[in-house]
Design a binder for this molecule. Structure first.
Ligand code: ADP
Ligand code: MG
Length: 487
């Protein structure tokens, strides 16, 4: 089964085009803002039209307004599973759906035929007291990156990243440029800082520092990761941009220190840091590019890893952690998406220290900064400093996720999850499938809430894994933890 794909929706209204990138893990609500323009996931959204989600069958658009629907091929639909290039409309807004990485050809979506009868009866929510004139009025959007069609002057508003793709004018279909512009509204990465030449230049490229960017790899809580290469040496790299509004001066200072320390390390199970720099107002880190996947994606794609595969990922992650712990470095963001698995099966840890270096934060803020609280150890939840043992706890939660396909602690809110780390005993993994007792005992000792009961070093865990291989008995403390975990 293939990975759940990211996608885009292109909204065209008046003379403006908005491009919204869709993450399969998110739920999007499309409505109208106060200015009557389409508005996605904005708190101020009024007159809700559409919910966009992604499930196992792909993307799903659901009408959530009482009075209007999704206009598609002259019919009014309540739900639509759009295919690449499929056009539909919401009232007077033309929409075109595009799968991630696929080019939306110049003709696709161009000839949306909105049924005139539908248009006549269309009511964008009957409780709306707005006049028709106001509905059709295209109000000047707030200052956001715009490019103008060189042929007809149409304004194209870019609100999301179009990674090195050709963009055609929505009105006259002229080629506007090879755009590589993202307006990360909430994140503060602004318009053309990444462009090496004018957007109208067909040969324009996207650069970050010394690196030419060739594709987008993904986004996380702290930034966005691209694949690129350095033209001089042809060295391929993964380049991570840190969202400016998530980074403070203190954070950057600590991060630079950490990056410098990491840049001196070399280990097969650690992603190598090449460089740390600043481009415009955006800080970036260039690192070894790992061709492969990460554990989170792997589980999403394959549903479940074999027990042998889980054990192998655990073992290699421990070897990496053991190495950095011996250099006095705490990873502090161990989680499935930060465990990369190269095509040859080598496991590589990435994203060291980012969260820790953001400084002491309270629980609510921590939830915000980390983006995820599912891997925070009880002592860190209680305000303690992260330690080598908190990395081992996070690796325990990761192992649970690999074995069971779900996280052991996941509450309704981040705060609920934090409380679960402190108070709740996770369901026994054998409820999900036959995990060997020895591995369950190791898991129990990794996930121990009390530091006295948890493994102290990665070496201890590796010793237990070796004992399994050699048919020896596990460490006594491990066996005891395994027995305590009630089925
Ligand atoms: N060095 C790298 N090589 C290849 N892919 C990477 C590298 N670093 C990060 N990625 C990928 O980039 C994506 C975004 O990573 P990141 O911003 O750290 O978010 P998160 O870890 O929360 O998913 C992930 O899919 C990750 O697998
Ligand atoms: Mg990451």
């Amino acid at each position: 089964m293939s990975a759940l794909p990211a996608a885009r929706i292109v909204f065209e209204f008046g003379t403006t085009t908005q491009i919204v990138e869709l993450d399969p893990d998110e739920v999007y609500i499309v409505g109208r803002g106060e200015d009557a323009n389409p508005c996605v996931n904005e708190k101020s959204v009024s007159r809700r039209h559409l919910r966009i989600t992604c499930d196992n069958d792909g993307w799903l658009l659901e009408n959530i307004s009482n009075t209007s629907g999704i206009q598609h091929k002259r019919r009014m639909l309540q739900t639509l599973r759009p295919e690449h290039g499929e056009a539909f409309s919401l009232g007077r807004v033309k929409c075109t759906f595009a799968e991630h990485g696929k080019f939306l050809g110049a003709q696709e979506g161009a000839d949306i035929n909105i049924d005139q009868d539908l248009m006549a009866t269309e009511t964008i929510d009957s409780d709306d007291s707005e006049t028709d004139a106001a509905k059709t009025q295209v109000v000047e959007p707030p200052p956001q990156p715009l490019v103008y069609c060189p042929v007809c002057g149409t304004k194209v508003q870019i609100i999301d990243f179009v990674s090195i793709e050709d963009l055609n004018c929505p009105t006259c279909r002229a080629h506007i440029g090879r755009l590589a512009v993202r307006h990360l509204d909430a994140s503060g990465i602004y318009d053309s800082i990444l462009l090496t030449s004018k957007p109208t230049d067909k040969g324009s490229t996207l650069s970050i520092g010394e690196y030419r960017i060739t594709e987008e790899l993904g986004a996380g809580g702290m930034g966005k990761v691209f694949k690129g290469f350095e033209p001089g040496s042809n060295q391929v790299a993964a380049v991570k941009l840190l969202y400016p509004n998530k980074t403070t001066a203190a954070f950057i200072q600590s991060f630079e220190n950490e990056a410098r320390a990491l840049a001196r390390l070399f280990h097969k199970n650690i992603v190598k840091i090449y460089r740390f720099g600043k481009h415009g107002n955006v800080h970036y880190i260039a690192m070894e590019f790992v061709r492969g996947t990460n554990v989170k994606k792997q589980i999403k794609d394959n549903r479940r890893l074999t027990i042998d595969k889980c054990t192998e990922i655990l073992r290699q992650s421990l070897v990496g952690l053991d190495y950095i712990h011996k250099q006095q470095i705490i990873h502090n963001d161990v989680k499935p998406s930060n465990i990369l698995v190269a095509e040859d099966g080598t496991v590589k840890l990435v994203d060291f220290g980012i969260v820790q270096l953001s400084g002491p934060v309270d629980q609510d803020k921590r939830a915000h900064v980390a983006g995820t609280v599912e891997y925070l150890s009880p002592e860190v939840v209680q305000g303690g400093s992260p330690t080598f043992q908190s990395d081992l706890y996070a690796l325990g939660i990761t192992l649970y996720f690999m074995l069971c396909g779900r996280r052991p602690f996941k509450g309704q809110t981040p705060k609920d999850t934090l409380i679960m780390h402190l108070e709740k005993t996770a369901d026994h993994p054998s409820h999900h499938r036959g995990v060997p007792d020895e591995l369950i005992a190791i898991l129990a000792r990794l996930m121990a809430k009390d530091l006295k009961h948890r493994y102290q070093t990665a070496t201890q865990v590796l010793d237990d894994l070796d004992s399994i291989d050699l048919g020896h008995s596990l460490d006594r403390a491990t066996l005891q933890m395994g027995k305590k975990w009630k089925k």
